[in-house]
Design a protein around this ligand. Structure first.
Ligand SMILES: *Cc1c(COP(=O)(O)O)cnc(C)c1O
Length: 404
């Protein structure tokens, strides 16, 4: 691969090597092109960039700290461990970075209404928050199974003035909510902006969401250079759709000395249906390239090409597809992908809480579990950065069961 090639992707049609692109019904081609044009103009507009930066600072709470986890470092006895504290952002996770960017874009495009899909409710809450702040109407699609599991987030969205629409088709979870949101968009595209929550979907979503999340990696780069006077040896982040990880990784892709590890949900076992590891051990576990929700990427599927069921203790990692840029980074071996089981993630959440006084979201606990395996094998003068993508409040019921 040419040096820097990775950084300049995708190409003009949204391809990351063989992956990505735009696989949607004809009626969505024009709206996606309109979105792409509006986005390209916005990123060159100094006023747009200034307004987004002001909101990230004053409303969301950026920059987030890069914190040297001294006790965890001593506890594990290896590399120096830094935590990127995205859990300290308003609404409790990195998702607000993307929602502010796209919310401003929706307003700029003159769309009075935004729609979103949500699994655990985190993206729904972030979208409803931004919609309230920017005076946009908001509808969030959520599987009925997820609504039952995440009651508190449903109340949050309603409190913020959003309409929450339960989806009763399929497995009544995230992928069904996405189908329903896409149906709404096709019908109401004149007035409605589809605010997608991760680096998935048709072009330009994977590149646009990535761009809004790279603030994580840009800050980390500055902060680690100030603290250590050098770049980190390794970056570790969890991979659901792939937005917090690509946001951390992207500003370092050109640096061959920086290793990167993406951590997926290993769930309760390697059998299809028991995990959401699309990149870590694909082919062996039912993951093959295919089209899901408008993009060509690795997808968990059975031998007939039916989208497989997935399982994870962490709703944010529980998705059968993955952002197309990650598929590309896997095949070119620039990023290493691995998986962590439910049990390992629950235990890592306990360790981080008790060593550092920080209760992570179960998604982020997957990244912490990988660091717990890896740091002791590294030298004390080495540096690893782990992204704490969100806080654990939403997971207290599950964590309580683990404690007892
Ligand atoms: C949604 C979510 C994730 C997974 O999404 P990505 O797009 O892979 O980042 C990870 N952590 C938290 C806290 C989340 O809310």
């Amino acid at each position: 691969m040419a040096r820097g090639a990775t950084v300049s992707l995708p190409d003009a049609r949204g391809h990351f090597g063989a992956f990505g692109g735009r696989f949607v019904p004809e009626t969505l081609m024009a709206p996606l092109e309109e979105l792409e044009r509006a986005y390209r103009r916005a990123r060159r507009d100094r006023q747009f960039v200034r307004r987004l930066n002001a909101l990230l600072t004053d409303f969301a709470g950026r920059p987030t700290p890069l914190y040297l986890a001294g006790r965890l470092t001593r506890h594990l006895g290896g590399a120096r461990i830094y935590l990127k504290r995205e859990d300290l952002l308003h609404t409790g996770a990195h998702k607000i970075n993307n929602c502010l960017g796209q919310g401003l874009l929706a307003a700029r495009m003159g769309k009075p209404r935004v729609i979103a899909e949500t699994g655990a409710g985190q993206h729904g809450v972030a979208t409803a928050t931004v919609a309230a702040h920017l005076e946009l109407k908001c509808t969030v699609y959520m599987g009925e199974e997820d609504m039952a599991r995440q009651r508190l987030n449903v109340v949050r969205m309603k409190m913020l003035g959003a309409e929450v629409v339960g989806v009763s088709s399929g497995s009544r979870t995230l992928k069904d909510a996405i189908n329903e949101a896409m149906r709404d968009w096709v019908t109401n595209v004149e007035t409605t902006y589809y605010l997608l929550g991760s680096v998935c979907g048709a072009h330009p979503y994977p590149v646009m969401v990535r761009d809004f999340q790279t603030v994580i990696g840009r800050e980390t780069r500055e902060q680690i250079l100030r603290a250590e006077k050098r770049l980190p040896d390794a970056l570790v982040a969890c991979v659901g759709g792939g937005s917090n990880s690509i946001g951390l990784f992207h500003p370092f892709l050109r640096e061959p000395a920086v290793k990167m590890v993406g951590v997926e949900a290993g769930g309760r076992g390697a059998a299809l249906g028991d995990h959401a590891a699309r990149l870590a051990q694909s082919r062996r576990n039912g993951s093959r390239p295919g089209v899901l929700h408008g993009t060509f990427t690795y997808v968990l599927q059975d031998k007939h090409g039916q989208i497989a069921a997935t399982h994870s203790v962490s709703a944010g990692l529980d998705y059968p597809g993955v952002g197309p840029e990650h598929a590309y980074l896997r095949d070119t071996k620039r990023v290493q992908y691995t998986s962590v089981t439910d049990e390992e993630a629950l235990e890592a959440a306990r360790v981080l809480s008790q060593q550092e006084g920080i209760i992570p979201a179960l998604e982020a606990a997957h990244a912490v579990a990988e660091v717990i395996k890896r740091a002791p094998k590294m030298k004390p003068d080495q540096v690893v950065v782990v992204n704490i993508s969100g806080r654990g409040d939403k997971d207290m019921d599950i964590l309580a069961r683990h404690l007892s």
